[in-house]
Each structure stands twice: as C-alpha cells, then as structure tokens.
Design a protein around this ligand. Structure first.
Ligand SMILES: *Cc1c(COP(=O)(O)O)cnc(C)c1O
Length: 392
C-alpha cells in the first residue's frame, strides 16, 4: 500500500456534488466538525456575520432542522436539542440558578428530575421547596431568592393536571420563571408557552420520538433564554447525535396522528377500567370524574388528553405482580410512549428510590399500575387487560 493511497482515503468521500436537485429530506450530516476555505470565512461564522457551522457539540445542520420543527409546533421563538431529557432539564436549571437561589417545584415529578432538584442542587447551595400546586397555599413559600417554578403538564404517575395559567401568573408576580416539562402532553395536547410558561422542556425519548429507538431532549423558549441555555449546555456537552436528531425529525411528522390515536385509545381504556370491578381508581385527565378534567379541558388542545393513565388495582400487595406477570402481548417496560402498549409499576421502577413516606405522600401505592397506551386495536387491548384483571 503506497503513501498515495493513504493520503487519498483521508481526503476523498466528503465531496458535496453540485446538482440541480436537492434531497427531498434533510441529509444526516454525520460530521463532528466543519472545514473552512480560508481564515476570513471562519471569522465570519464565529462572529455570526455569515451562516455556517463549526463543531457539532455546538450545533449541526440536523440540529437546526429539528429546532425549527420544535419551536414552530410549540409556538416559541427558538429551541435547543440535547442527548436526553435529563440533559435538557439539568442544562436549563443550571443556567438559571446560582448559589443561594431558591426553586419551587411540584411534589410529584419524574423520578430523576426530583432527585436532581433534591440532592444535586444542594451541592450548589440551591434550596428547593416541593409543593402541591393544586392544594397547597404555595404562594407563602416564595422568597426574594425564588428564581424558578418547576412543574409537569401531566404529572407522573398520578396524571394530575394543574392550572398552568394560574401558576405562571403567580410565578411572574414574584419575578420567577415558570419551567414546564411537557413530555407527557407534547405540543399536540398542550402548548405551555401559550399559557404563560417561560420555558418548556421535553424528554424527546418519549412521544416526540414515539418508537422507543432514540434518547433525546428539547428545550423551547424565547431567543434570549435559549441563547443563555445554549452557552451553558455546550459546556456540559449533552449533544445529540445527528443521526438521532434526524430520526426525531422523521418521527415528528406523524406526531399529530400518533397523539390523536394514543389519546383516543387511552380514553377508551380509562372508560373500560373505570367500570371494572377489580379496579379501585383510574387516573386519567380525560375522564369527567377526574379532578384534573376541568383544568385540562380548559387548556388542552383538540379534546385530547394524551396516552398515559394509571390504575389502582384491588386485591392485596401482590396484585400488581399477578397483573404484570400474566400479560402476554403487553410488556412490562420501565419507560413509555412507544407504538406498543406497555405497563409499569412506578413503586418499583421510576419511583423506586422514594421512601415509603414519600411514596404515600405522592399517592403511589404498590397496586398502582401505569399504562402507556399504544396504537393497537382497542378491542385487543381491552380483552387482554380484562383477562388478567379476572385473575386478581
Ligand atoms: C423520561 C422523562 C424524563 C427524562 O428524560 P430522558 O430522556 O430519559 O433523560 C423527564 N421527564 C419526564 C416527564 C420523562 O418522562
């Protein structure tokens, strides 16, 4: 093998042919870095005087395309994309908080968000007070140091919906920003920025992807806030691969169709469970009997309530095991939002690290089963659930 071959292979294969037609879909730009013809071009791009890319941890053409889709469907001004929901959430929090600051957060949150707020922020001398936005007189907990209020559109796993407009107004009275995790709802069901939220965060791993094959995170807000989070996020380095960003763009094309079907199936399942003799209680904001129905129906879009519901089984402490172990087509999965229906037991998965007292406070019993409703035929789902319920 001669030297010429070695030189050749390093230089070939990156040529972009000029053509009268362009790809119908955005190409996956699998390049960690971008080359410049001369010094002046690099200076222009660094200074923001010309369009161009530098290094994919900062941004990449596929990231930009995904951002455009997300801020458009969420009606924000700009967006950021990350390698996971937790990267999006932690970058957002770290950007806005300094030593001595205070946060007001919902007492029921995604398990790892709760852990980050409760244990990691402590290291930076940041205090967090956990409150029940629907039932506490929570205004009393604001201090002059309260910078952020943090909640989820549909809480996990109790599927509670708080009045976001009211929370946003109160937060703003105290000059705090409202951050909303809109993972369970997606922009199809709810657009928190239109209700007064300042920042919306997502685990794109869930419905935005919807097929269980990508881990990702998104933040949507105004230009100024996004620029601030971008500077910090780049340092923490949670950048998504161009390939995964591309998959997300493809997934988002069917988001509306999927959310409609997830929601329609979930409402039918909730109705079925509500009338079932082996069920104590059903948690789904789309049920008229739910305390969340009023706030949800006043600001959710298209009369859709999402694909997530929880049910409290009758019987004893082992009922959840009988239920899960006897399902056949429906799998036990410690995540959600796939095209396939799945079940999980929050007490032994997402909320496993909570003490018995914390579980009780959050209303999470051993018999609580969380269901991520998929896109299957609803009669098949009902008949499989009915079969295992009759074993309890
Ligand atoms: C999954 C999830 C997260 C965390 O996202 P990852 O992509 O797993 O990092 C945050 N919030 C909610 C509501 C989630 O369901």
């Amino acid at each position: 093998m001669n030297q010429n071959f070695k030189t050749m292979v390093t230089r070939l294969g990156s040529h972009n042919p000029t053509s009268l037609s362009v790809p119908e879909n955005i190409p996956i730009t699998m390049s960690s870095v971008f080359a410049f013809d001369d010094v002046e071009s690099l200076n222009k791009v660094y200074n923001g005087d010309a369009e161009g890319f530098i290094y994919s941890r900062m941004t990449n053409p596929v990231h930009e395309a995904l951002k455009e889709v997300m801020f458009s469907i969420d009606e924000g001004e700009d967006a950021l994309v990350f390698s996971s929901g937790m990267a999006a959430i932690t970058s957002t929090l770290i950007t806005h908080l300094h030593s001595g600051d205070h946060v007001l957060a919902s007492h029921v949150l995604y398990g790892e968000t709760y852990e980050f707020l409760k244990y990691q922020l402590k290291k930076f001398n940041i205090d967090v007070t956990f409150v029940d936005f629907s039932n506490d007189n929570w205004e009393q907990y604001f201090t002059p140091k309260t910078k952020l209020v943090y909640t989820e559109t549909i809480s996990n796993p109790m599927m509670a919906v708080d009045n976001l407009t009211e929370i946003a107004n109160i937060a703003h009275d105290y000059h705090a920003k409202l951050v909303v995790d809109n993972t369970f709802a997606t922009p199809i069901v709810c657009q928190p920025l239109n209700l007064g939220a300042d920042i919306v965060v997502y685990s794109a791993t869930k419905y935005l992807c919807g097929h269980g094959d990508v881990t990702g995170g998104i933040v949507v807000s105004n230009k100024e806030t996004i620029s601030a989070i971008d500077k910090v996020g780049t340092l923490y380095g949670g950048c998504i691969s161009p390939f995964d960003a591309w998959i997300l763009i493809r997934s988002l094309k069917t988001l509306e169709l999927r959310m409609r079907e997830h929601s329609n199936n979930a409402l039918k399942l909730a109705d079925f469970f509500e009338g079932h003799p082996k069920i104590n209680k059903v948690y789904y904001p789309g049920l008229q009997s739910s305390p969340s129905f009023n706030p949800a129906s006043s600001f959710f879009n298209n009369e859709l309530y999402g694909g997530m519901l929880s049910v409290d089984l009758k019987g004893n402490d082992e009922s959840y095991r009988t239920f899960i172990d006897n399902l056949e087509g429906i799998k036990f999965v410690p995540s959600l939002a796939d095209v396939k229906t799945s079940v999980c037991s929050p007490a032994i998965t997402s909320h496993r690290n909570l003490s018995d007292n914390e579980l009780k406070q959050a209303g999470i019993s051993k018999g609580l089963i969380r269901i991520s409703t998929g896109l299957e035929n609803i009669d098949d789902l009902i008949s499989e659930f009915d079969k295992v319920l009759n074993l309890i």
